[in-house]
Design a protein. Structure first.
Lengths: 378, 304
C-alpha cells in the first residue's frame, strides 16, 4: 500500500514555513528573545517568601522587655520596623493605602504584667488582604513570644523562662479575617482578565486595518487620528464593562467576595483602568505590522503584568528594581484599588494615590500612540 | 477663486529607500477633464496618485490639487477629492449599505440616509444593499468603491486602476459613468493598463520608472510617435520571425489571422513587405498600444 504522503512534498511545506519565518524577523526575534528575557526577569524577581514587611510599633511601655520584643521582630527578618506615625489611627490609614503591613501595639503596663507572670497580650494588626504576603511572617511570629525575652528573664525572673510563654501575641487579621485566598485572587483576576482582553482587542484593531488593506482608504478620508484612536477605544470600554459585570457578579455569587466599599467608585476606577489598557493596545497596534505581532506584544506586556504586579506573588517579596517595574504597570495600581475598595472598604482618599498613576500612564501611552499613528503611508 | 487646473503639480519626487519611485513629475489636469495615467507596472502611478491625495508626502516638488497645497492642505484635499484605491479597501465584513453609511458619516453628509440610498440607486447597487462586501464579485466591488468615493460629491476623482480584473461590459458601464461625471464638471485622474480606456480619455500621460515620458491627447501622442502601421493578412506562425528581420520594423504583433507591423519609416517597411510574394498588407491607423510599447522599449534600451 502506498502512503498518500511524500517526503518531498512535506519538505516543500517545511522549507516554505522556514522562509516565511525568516522573513518575519520581529516575530522570530520575539520567539527567541522573550523567553530568555522573561526567564531572567522573573527568575530573579519572584519570591514567594516576602521579608522586611513594613511594620510600626506603638510602644506605650518603653521598657527593656518591649524593646527586646521589637528587636526580636526585627531580627526575624520578616518585619521592617519603621518610625511610627503620630497615632494609631494614622497608622491604620497607612495600612488601608497599603504602606504599612503590620501595626504592633504594646500596652503601658506590659513589663509589669510580664514580671507578675500575668502573661499579658500585645496586639499585632495585619493587613491580611493578601494571605500569602503575610503568611510566613505570621508563622515566624508564633515562636517569638517564647524566645524574645529569654535573655531578659534572668535572676529572680528565670522561673518565667521555659514552661508557657511569658506573654501572648494576639493577631488581628484585618480585611480578610479568615485568610480566604479567593477574596484576594478574584478581584485580582478581574484586573488580569481586563488587561489581557483589552490590550489584545485594541492591539488588533489598527493592525487589522493594515493587514486587510482598509487602512489606505481610512487614511484617505478626512478623519483625524484622535477620532480614529478614540473611536476604536470606546466600543471596547463597553465590552470591558460587560466583563466587569460578569466577573463581579460571579465573584459575589460563586465566591462570596464582599464589596466593602462603594460600587460606583469601583466602577469609576474600572473606567480609568480600561482606558489605560486600551491606550496600550492602541500604541501596540501602531507599532505592530501584523495581527500576530500585536498578539505577541500583548503577551509581552501581559506576563510582567501578571507576575510583577502583586497578582500572583507578593509585591513586597520582589527586589527593589522589580518593584520599580511593577509600579509602572497599570495592573499593580488597579489591584491595589480593587482590593482596597472591595476588601478594605477604602474611600476616595485612600484610592486616589493609585488612580493618578493610571492617569499619568494613560497620558504618556496615548501620546506615544498618537505620535506613532500613521497619518500617511510613507 | 476659480482655479483653471484641478491638478497642477511641479517636480514631485518620491523615493523609498534608495529606489526613486517618482522622479520630478509635473502634471496639469484641467477641470472637467478625464486624464489617463499610463505606464508599466511599478512605474510610479500609484505613488503619484497617493502624493496627490495626501497619503504620501513628496520628497521634493510642490503644487496644488483643487487649489489646495498638496503638502500642507491635504486635509482639505481629502474632503473634496475622492480616491479609489487599486486594491479593494472597503470593509468586507460590512454590507454595501453599511460601508456607504460609514463613508457618509465620515464626510458628515447632511441627509445621510437619502444620500446613501440615492448613491446605491444610481450605481445599481440597491438590490444588493444588504450583501456583505466580501462576497461581491470584482465588478460589483468596483462599483461599490466608485459609489463610495463619489458619495460626498467630490470635485476631483483619483482612480487607481479602477477596472483591473473587471469584465468588458462592466468596464464600459464604468467608463460611461466616468464620462457622465466629467460632463458635470468633475475632473478625473485615472490610471489604467487598457488601451481602449486610454483612448476614452481627453488627455494622457505616460510614466515609466518614475519619469514622465509623454503627455498629450491620444491623437497627439500617436502623431508624436511617428509610427506607421500595417496589417498583414497572414497567419503563418513562421512569418513573425521573418517580419521582424525586415529593415525598419520595430514591432510585430500576432493577432489571430493577421499580423500588425509598425515602425518609424513607413516607406521602408512597405518596400520590405512588398518583397514577400503574394503577401496581402495594407496601411492602418497606429494604435495607442504601439505608441506605448515603443515608449517602453526605448526606456529599456536606455537603461543600463
Amino acid at each position: 500500500m502506498r502512503l498518500p504522503l511524500t517526503l518531498h512534498r512535506l519538505w516543500a511545506i517545511v522549507l516554505k514555513e522556514f522562509v516565511q519565518m525568516r522573513r518575519d524577523r520581529i516575530t522570530f526575534a520575539m520567539m527567541v528573545g522573550i523567553p530568555l528575557m522573561q526567564l531572567v526577569l522573573f527568575g530573579f524577581a519572584i519570591n514567594t517568601d516576602p521579608k522586611r514587611l513594613p511594620t510600626v510599633v506603638f510602644d506605650a511601655d518603653h521598657s527593656a522587655f518591649s524593646r527586646s520584643f521589637v528587636a526580636s521582630l526585627d531580627n526575624s527578618g520578616y518585619f521592617d520596623i519603621l518610625p511610627p506615625p503620630d497615632s494609631v489611627v494614622a497608622a491604620r490609614e497607612a495600612m488601608a493605602i497599603g504602606d504599612i503591613q503590620f501595626i504592633v501595639s504594646i500596652p503601658p503596663d506590659f513589663s509589669r504584667a510580664v514580671v507578675r507572670g500575668e502573661r499579658p497580650a500585645l496586639l499585632l494588626e495585619a493587613d491580611a488582604s493578601d494571605p500569602s504576603a503575610t503568611g510566613n511572617a505570621l508563622a515566624a511570629l508564633a515562636n517569638l513570644n517564647q524566645s524574645a525575652l529569654q535573655h531578659d528573664l534572668k535572676g529572680p525572673l528565670v522561673k518565667l523562662n521555659g514552661g508557657s510563654p511569658p506573654f501572648e501575641v494576639r493577631v488581628q487579621r484585618n480585611y480578610n479575617p479568615e485568610g480566604i485566598t479567593q477574596y484576594n485572587i478574584v478581584p485580582g483576576l478581574m484586573g488580569t482578565i481586563l488587561t489581557m482582553t483589552m490590550i489584545m482587542m485594541t492591539g488588533m484593531a489598527m493592525t487589522r486595518e493594515l493587514e486587510r488593506g482598509t487602512l489606505e482608504n481610512l487614511l484617505a478620508f478626512p478623519v483625524h487620528p484622535l477620532e480614529v484612536m478614540i473611536g476604536k477605544i470606546l466600543p471596547y470600554i463597553i465590552v470591558g464593562y460587560i466583563q466587569v459585570t460578569v466577573i463581579l457578579t460571579a465573584a459575589h455569587v460563586l465566591f462570596h467576595v464582599p464589596i466593602a466599599g462603594s460600587l460606583p467608585m469601583l466602577l469609576a476606577c474600572v473606567l480609568v483602568f480600561l482606558a489605560a489598557n486600551l491606550t496600550v493596545g492602541m500604541m501596540f497596534s501602531t507599532i505592530a505590522r501584523s495581527q500576530l505581532q500585536a498578539m505577541q506584544m500583548t503577551f509581552f506586556f501581559f506576563l510582567p503584568s501578571m507576575l510583577l504586579s502583586g497578582f500572583m506573588f507578593p509585591f513586597r517579596g520582589m527586589p527593589h528594581w522589580a518593584q520599580v517595574i511593577g509600579e509602572g504597570l497599570p495592573l499593580t495600581h488597579f489591584l491595589r484599588i480593587v482590593r482596597g475598595i472591595m476588601l478594605k472598604g477604602n474611600g476616595w482618599a485612600e484610592t486616589w494615590p493609585n488612580v493618578w498613576p493610571l492617569l499619568v500612564f494613560m497620558a504618556v501611552v496615548l501620546t506615544i500612540g498618537f505620535k506613532r499613528y500613521r497619518r500617511t503611508l510613507d | 477663486m476659480n482655479h483653471p487646473y484641478a491638478i497642477d503639480v511641479h517636480g514631485l519626487s518620491k523615493s523609498f529607500g534608495n529606489k526613486r519611485a517618482v522622479n520630478h513629475l509635473s502634471l496639469q489636469v484641467a477641470e472637467g477633464e478625464i486624464y489617463g495615467f499610463l505606464g508599466p507596472n511599478g512605474s510610479g502611478k500609484t505613488t503619484s496618485i497617493r502624493m496627490l491625495c495626501g497619503l504620501l508626502t513628496p520628497d521634493e516638488g510642490s503644487g496644488t490639487c483643487l487649489g489646495y497645497d498638496v503638502r500642507r492642505q491635504s486635509g482639505e484635499i481629502k474632503k473634496q477629492a475622492g480616491y479609489m484605491t487599486q486594491r479593494f479597501s472597503f470593509y468586507e465584513d460590512l454590507s454595501i449599505r453599511e460601508n456607504l453609511d460609514f463613508v457618509a458619516r465620515l464626510y458628515a453628509m447632511p441627509d445621510r440616509k437619502r444620500v446613501v440610498e440615492r448613491s446605491m440607486a444610481e450605481l445599481g447597487l440597491a438590490h444588493r444593499a444588504n450583501q456583505l462586501a466580501g462576497t461581491l464579485s470584482g465588478g460589483w466591488k468596483q462599483r461599490l468603491a466608485l459609489a463610495a468615493c463619489m458619495l460626498h460629491r467630490p470635485r476631483l476623482l483619483l482612480l487607481d486602476e479602477p477596472t483591473a480584473g473587471v469584465d468588458p461590459k462592466a468596464r464600459r458601464d464604468f467608463w460611461d459613468e466616468i464620462h457622465r461625471l466629467a460632463g458635470q464638471g468633475i475632473s478625473v485622474l485615472v490610471s489604467t493598463h487598457y488601451m481602449d480606456e486610454a483612448a476614452r480619455c481627453h488627455r494622457l500621460a505616460y510614466i515609466a520608472y518614475g519619469d514622465l515620458l509623454a503627455a498629450g491627447t491620444p491623437e497627439e501622442l500617436i502623431a508624436q510617435s511617428g509610427l506607421t502601421s500595417f496589417a498583414v493578412q497572414d497567419d503563418d506562425p513562421a512569418l513573425a520571425a521573418r517580419l521582424r528581420q525586415l529593415p525598419g520594423v520595430e514591432q510585430v504583433v500576432a493577432m489571430g489571422s493577421m499580423y500588425s507591423v509598425s515602425g518609424q519609416d513607413g516607406l521602408l517597411i512597405a518596400r520590405g513587405l512588398a518583397g514577400f510574394a503574394g503577401l496581402r498588407f495594407e496601411q492602418v491607423d497606429t494604435g495607442l498600444e504601439q505608441v506605448f510599447i515603443r515608449l517602453m522599449d526605448r526606456v529599456q534600451e536606455a537603461a543600463p
